[in-house]
Design a protein around this ligand. Structure first.
Ligand code: HEM
Length: 460
């Protein structure tokens, strides 16, 4: 059996990271750079594969997707969010996706634009000149409000602190759990098979806190006629004679609250960090927003004029993809890239690693939104939202949200780093910064969107 090359000996224990996901990522990145498109290493009894090649990624996520299931990460995630769209397998996954898709159809997405912009304008109007903010905390509060308003018709602003505190604890514990979880997984699966409804093994109080926040929202929405996520789930339950239990509905809502806000908040946080370090990019972004939007609130129709803003957001997600690493496992022993991979092995795909590979991106570590104007990278060399049937259902939502939030905030504010200390990556399941990014707020005066004639002042 031909095994892909990779690190050997004690070096492989760096994968476990010792509570620091940055170290795990460094180890994986160096393995990919040294050993090429497909590398592997063995820890104790487990062989782990890392794929860093767009064609092979496409084989796994798209062309041969039915030969794979989600990996360890989904088992850990299920301990927090239960069985939802993000953790299910076929055929239940396909059926659940069909039910939820209408909330993400093009027209429906367009209808969220005004709520996104007005929530972002509200945040922009709460900020004070020369004050400092913790950017990640502000972005989490904002994206939570947006998801609540758009997907559930609910006001989450009052719950933001509770949700953030619970997720903070989840993040800390995941730093330790994520890399070594493959070894705990058989025990967790056995426990779940024996006690399917037992409390979460690792996130008991956090799960309880999320349910405490979400249950009253479901209660209030029971009579709704809209196409939001709760209504789609409830209608399905009524049509199908009780097929979706209350627990099912609760799990999906927890899924959308979590998958739908921390990811985008993290992407916006890194975008702000990069903009503060690249004044040329920031100036160009401001100029585009001033011209396209001026002093108005941005709408859905402005989005085509905000191309550079979209490129800035896309480029930030290239360097700092919130979903840094996800896994698949073959259902049967397969051949991939000329190697045999045994049934049940872990195969990691990492947007963070592949999107920084110089084979696919010139000057891969440079923040250069212009590269998106020059053309698209090879398919699946850039995959912050995954690919195939399990690709992020919220992608169009998140892309539009990124642009509209940037437009609303950058229209009024310039964000400056309050200190120059470098920020690293530190995270459990999402690529968070390893320390708070504190920003000082400078009020800006948008340049008028309509150029004034040179003699305007004299003639008035
Ligand atoms: C920048 C923001 C976001 C990023 C980077 C992101 C990334 C991802 C990725 C990589 C996956 C696929 C994971 C896999 O294949 O195992 C995924 C799935 C998913 N995402 Fe997102 N996401 C973002 C925003 C959102 C938003 C805004 C929502 C909801 C409003 C959302 C809801 C979901 C759901 C429900 C899934 C599971 C889809 C399925 O399995 O059918 N995400 N996301």
């Amino acid at each position: 059996m031909k095994v892909p090359p990779g690190p050997r000996g004690f070096e492989v224990f760096q994968f476990l990271g010792g509570g620091n996901v940055g170290r795990t990522l460094k180890f994986l990145e160096s393995s990919a750079r040294r050993y090429g498109p497909i590398s592997s290493f063995r820890i104790l009894t487990k062989r782990i594969y890392l794929v860093d090649d767009p064609d092979l990624i496409e084989e796994i996520l798209v062309k041969r997707q039915h030969s794979f299931v989600r990996d360890t990460g989904a088992v850990l995630l299920r301990e927090l969010i239960g069985d939802g769209l993000l953790t299910r397998e076929e055929p239940e996954h396909r059926e659940r996706r069909r039910i939820l898709q209408p909330a993400f159809h093009r027209d429906q997405i367009a209808s969220y634009a005004d709520s996104m912009s007005s929530e972002a304008e509200r945040t922009a109007s709460e900020w004070q000149p020369d004050a400092t903010i913790d950017l990640a905390a502000e972005m989490r509060r904002l994206t939570l409000a947006i998801v609540g308003e758009c997907l559930f018709g609910a006001d989450f602003r009052g719950s933001a602190k509770g949700i953030a505190a619970a997720l903070q604890r989840v993040g800390k514990r995941s730093q330790w759990l994520v890399p070594g979880f493959a070894f705990l997984e058989p025990l967790v699966l056995a426990y779940r098979r024996t006690f399917p409804r037992a409390p979460s093994l690792f996130f008991r109080s956090e799960r309880a806190e999320l349910e405490r926040i979400i249950t009253p929202i479901i209660e209030r929405r029971r009579q709704s006629q809209t196409r939001d996520v709760i209504s789609l789930l409830m209608a399905q339950r009524d049509d199908a004679g009780g097929r979706l239990s209350d627990e099912d509905i609760r799990n999906e809502i927890v899924t959308f609250v979590l998958a739908g806000h921390e990811t985008t908040a993290t992407a916006l946080t890194w975008t702000g960090y990069l903009l503060a370090q690249h004044p040329d990019v920031e100036r160009k972004l401001h100029a585009e927003i001033d011209l396209a939007v001026g002093e108005r609130t941005a709408t859905f129709d402005d989005i085509p004029q905000l191309r550079y803003t979209s490129a800035v957001f896309a480029e930030a997600m290239r360097l700092y993809p919130p979903a840094l690493l996800f896994g698949r496992r073959p259902k049967e022993t397969i051949t991939l890239g000329g190697y045999t991979i045994r049934r049940g092995s872990t195969i990691f795909l990492s947007p963070y690693i592949t999107q920084r590979n110089e084979r696919f991106f010139d000057r891969p570590t440079a923040f250069d939104p212009e590269r998106w104007e020059a053309g698209s990278p090879p398919k699946l060399a850039y995959f912050p939202f995954g690919g195939g049937a399990k690709m992020c259902i919220g992608e169009p939502f998140a892309r539009m949200e990124g642009v509209l939030v940037l437009a609303a905030l950058a229209r009024r504010w310039r964000l400056r780093l309050a200190d120059e200390k470098a920020v690293g990556v530190g995270s459990g399941m999402i690529l968070r910064p390893d320390r708070p990014i504190v920003m000082r707020l400078d009020l800006r005066q948008p340049a008028s969107s309509v150029p004034q004639p040179a003699n305007a002042a004299a003639s008035s």
